[in-house]
Design a protein around this ligand. Structure first.
Ligand code: BES
Ligand code: ZN
Ligand code: ZN
Length: 509
């Protein structure tokens, strides 16, 4: 991760070659830290504004020379847009934006103020958290397989010095910084796991990462092998794993930061380390990104790491059923019937609808732990992406209070989460003639019928389901429009959302 330091001091006196300050749209005379730099520069910023070259529009940047008037050789002006449109997520984006712009200019170290506090209207803690998250998340890159480091696209920023002149605020920012670092580290680890090719990120590898997290944070962990799953009757995972030579793993990672005896919150993540579709093989252009099909499992494992490091007061069990979905000489076949951990049977009509098969075991296992609530997360359906686009997570469930909590958390983390209706009438579409349920629900309402199958596995426990098929992975525009703090590839969606959800579990409203 990028090296960050926080110091008490005035930005206009910073010794780095570049300093970063900001401006809201429509402000003629800058105040605060930007005002101080303007003054030290003899009104250069005011002049640039009145010339019309820089208006402070959202996303606008302006890099100019200081000609020896202050120690820094250049100033980067960052437009924050209209003040009434300013949000916490824009603070994350603004923080990442300065690194992205300076990367292109091949500047590897700079000093900056925290955007959004003061004139921005956010308190130092909130602004600080979003700012440091944005810095760390934006500086992420997955380049370990690149043997030629080309400089034409820029040079990554290595060092960022954050300056704040108010000592009290520095102390508040120190706390925000520590917290944001933990959240960003977990998110970036999640991104790594998803970005790793399927040849590397196997179920065994995911289990080893979970084991490392358990060891580092003194957590309880259980990893069930194929043989143990057979004894436990986890027919869903085993059915999907049938076509793969790679051993499946059922990972249970437990964090006990809450009261003794307090019922756990169970998080269940789909862990298909590669989804070829199985015998119901995907066309190649639908298969290319299918290493991402374990994004749910990665989000669950990594959010447990963050919860433990943040010492959140809650008992949380992370559950990740992991396997590949491949065709072979002895594969799962359309028409096969699987018996899941909870005892329910599923007729498999399409082996590409495998997520709901492994999740059925995950959810059944979650029920066996007598949880206060269950939340699952999965790159489950193309249909959800058709409905909501490439950026939004679909949420469905049986407990509106839980869903409200999730929607509230998403407002804090900058995730787009939208509720889809879990119409019971559509259950007709997953009725089977020979088993309790079938794994395809016809052409229409695919995200909902998938969720309705899952609903059958959770009994009366409060439950919500997150379909992240869209936002788990981003590529280039137009439909993969990315945020400044989301480099191309895995986004790590779910990690910050889960942490926020668990942290605010008992907050009213
Ligand atoms: N992993 C896919 C869903 C997916 C698609 C995730 C695109 C991310 C991007 C899932 O296993 C799948 O193939 N679902 C099928 C279900 C259908 C066969 C009922 C789908 O959505 O087409
Ligand atoms: Zn599939
Ligand atoms: Zn899948």
């Amino acid at each position: 991760m990028v090296q960050v330091s926080l110091q008490k001091g005035a930005i206009e006196a910073a010794k780095d070659k570049v300093i970063v300050v900001n401006l809201f749209e429509g402000v003629a005379k800058p105040g605060g830290a930007t005002g101080a730099v303007d003054k030290a520069l003899g009104g250069m910023i005011s002049e640039i504004i009145s010339s019309g070259d820089f208006k402070g529009e959202w996303g606008q940047t302006y890099l100019f020379r200081t000609f020896g008037k202050i120690p820094a050789e250049r100033v980067l002006l960052l437009g924050l847009g209209k003040q009434k449109e300013f949000t916490k997520d824009r603070i994350r984006e603004a923080a990442a934006k300065s690194s992205n712009v300076l990367k292109k200019a091949k500047i590897t170290a700079y000093s900056t103020i925290v955007h959004g506090a003061g004139i921005g209207g956010f308190d130092a803690q909130t602004a600080g958290e979003a700012f440091f998250e944005g810095l760390y998340l934006g500086a992420y890159s997955f380049d370990r397989y690149k043997t030629e480091k080309k400089e034409e696209n820029g040079v990554p920023v290595e060092k960022v010095t954050v300056l704040e002149r108010d000592g009290n605020k520095v102390r508040i920012l120190e706390k925000s910084w520590a917290r944001a670092k933990i959240l960003a580290e977990a998110t970036n680890l999640c991104r790594d796991l998803v970005n790793l090719p399927a040849q590397e990120a196997t179920p065994t590898y995911l289990a080893s990462v979970a084991q490392r997290i358990a060891k580092e944070n003194k957590l309880k962990i259980t990893v069930y092998s194929r043989e143990e799953m057979q004894k436990l009757g986890m027919g869903g995972v085993l059915g999907v794993a049938q076509g793969s030579a790679e051993p499946p793993k059922f990972i249970v990672l437990e964090y006990g930061g809450g009261r003794k005896g307090e019922k756990p919150i169970c998080l269940v993540g789909k862990g298909i380390t590669f989804d070829s579709g199985g015998l119901s093989l995907k066309p190649w252009d639908f298969m290319v990104d299918m290493k991402e099909d374990m994004s749910g499992a990665a989000a669950v494992i990594c959010s447990i790491q963050a919860l433990a490091r943040l010492k959140v007061k809650a008992n949380v069990i992370g559950i990740a059923p992991c396997t590949e979905n491949l065709p072979s000489a002895r594969p799962l076949k359309p028409g096969d019937i699987l018996k899941t951990f909870g005892g329910k049977t599923i007729e498999v009509l399409n082996t590409d609808a495998e997520g709901r098969l492994v999740l059925s075991d995950g959810l059944g296992y979650a029920c066996s732990r007598d949880p206060q609530a269950i939340v699952d997360i999965a790159t489950l359906t193309g249909a959800c992406m058709v409905a909501l686009g490439r950026k939004a997570t679909g949420v469905m469930g049986t407990d509106q209070k839980l869903i409200r909590k999730i929607l509230k958390a998403s407002g804090q983390t900058g995730d787009q989460v939208w509720q889809l209706p879990l119409y019971d009438e559509l259950s007709e579409q997953v009725k089977s003639n020979v088993a309790d349920v079938k794994n395809v629900g016809g052409r229409y309402g695919g995200a909902i019928t998938a969720a309705l199958l899952l609903k059958k596995m959770v009994g009366d426990f409060p439950w919500a389901h997150l379909d992240i098929a869209g936002p788990a992975f981003t590529d280039l525009a137009p439909d993969g429009i990315k945020k400044e703090y989301q480099p191309v590839g895995a986004t790590g969606v779910g990690v910050r959302l889960f942490v926020n959800l668990v942290e605010n579990w008992n907050t009213k409203g």
